[in-house]
Design a protein around this ligand. Structure first.
Ligand code: PXP
Length: 252
């Protein structure tokens, strides 16, 4: 039986628009409810140290929804304490630099093994499913498995940037890295997610990789929603992912 790819909808940029005017609208929690109605399997939100988009009250309200919350966060004592208090379904640990526009790369799992180890243990102890946002590299995945993380999210941003720039040689090489990491990671016993920079076409393509269990997508969906509505956008994304996954099944 073919496993469908789960869709996690990241609502950070609904909060970005809200914060541009300093008021309460648009409400990221309303967007999350609409996304769930339209077929999202889970909601993702990143509470950054600088609170530039999602705020503490948003995370609390998103946690109270019936669908699983994937809480993206840096592995800082402040965020770990909050996660342990709220117990979201999952925490995705990401690197964070104050001056970056968005998460720029995967976690330095190899270099930060000793500081990540207690963070992962504390989250797991609280009953949270821990995911590490990583570069598609087998050495990094081996370090993630060694740390006891059950899930990795492969960073698709470099591949998506190459596609957007029309650099087909680089895109092909990057896709190969993602495919090899998905395959090798699953062999290590890791559940494989992917995300960053995905649109309809790239989400369809990456869904062809049979190891991919979940995609987390934000910026493109919120941008498209301006033109066709969030429900239509999510329905179309679901279809793209299902088409990709069906092609994987046919090839197997
Ligand atoms: N996954 C992770 C770990 C991220 O940091 C982000 C960006 O917040 C995403 C997925 C979603 O990326 P995008 O907004 O480009 O779809």
């Amino acid at each position: 039986m073919i496993r469908t790819v789960r869709l996690g909808v990241n609502v950070d940029h609904v909060a970005t628009i809200r914060n541009a005017r300093g008021g309460a609208l648009p409400d990221p929690v309303r967007a999350a409810r609409a996304a769930i109605t339209a077929g999202a399997d889970s909601i993702t939100a990143h509470l950054r140290e600088d609170r530039r988009h999602i705020r503490d009250a948003d995370i609390e309200a998103l946690r109270a929804l019936s669908s699983p919350l994937n809480f993206e966060m840096a592995a800082t004592p402040e965020m770990i304490a909050l996660a342990v208090r709220l117990v979201p379904h999952a925490c995705c640990l990401v690197p964070e630099r104050r001056e970056e526009r968005t998460t720029e790369g995967g976690l330095n799992v190899i270099g930060q093994k000793e500081s990540l180890r207690p963070a992962i243990a504390a989250l797991k102890e609280a009953g949270i499913r821990v995911s590490l946002f990583v570069e598609p590299s087998l050495a990094v995945l081996e370090a993630a498995a060694d740390l006891g993380a059950p899930v990795v999210e492969l960073h698709t941003g470099t591949w998506c940037d190459a596609l957007a720039a029309g650099d087909s040689a680089k895109a092909a090489a990057e896709f190969e890295r993602i495919a090899a990491a998905a395959h090798g990671g699953e062999k290590l016993g890791l559940e494989i997610h992917a995300g960053h920079g995905l649109d309809y076409a790239s989400a369809e393509e990456v869904s062809r990789l049979p190891e991919i269990a979940e995609l987390n997508i934000g910026h493109f969906l919120i941008g498209e929603a301006v033109f066709v509505g969030l429900g239509n956008t999510i329905a179309r994304m679901r279809k793209a992912m299902d088409t990709g996954r069906a092609a994987a099944g046919a090839a197997a």
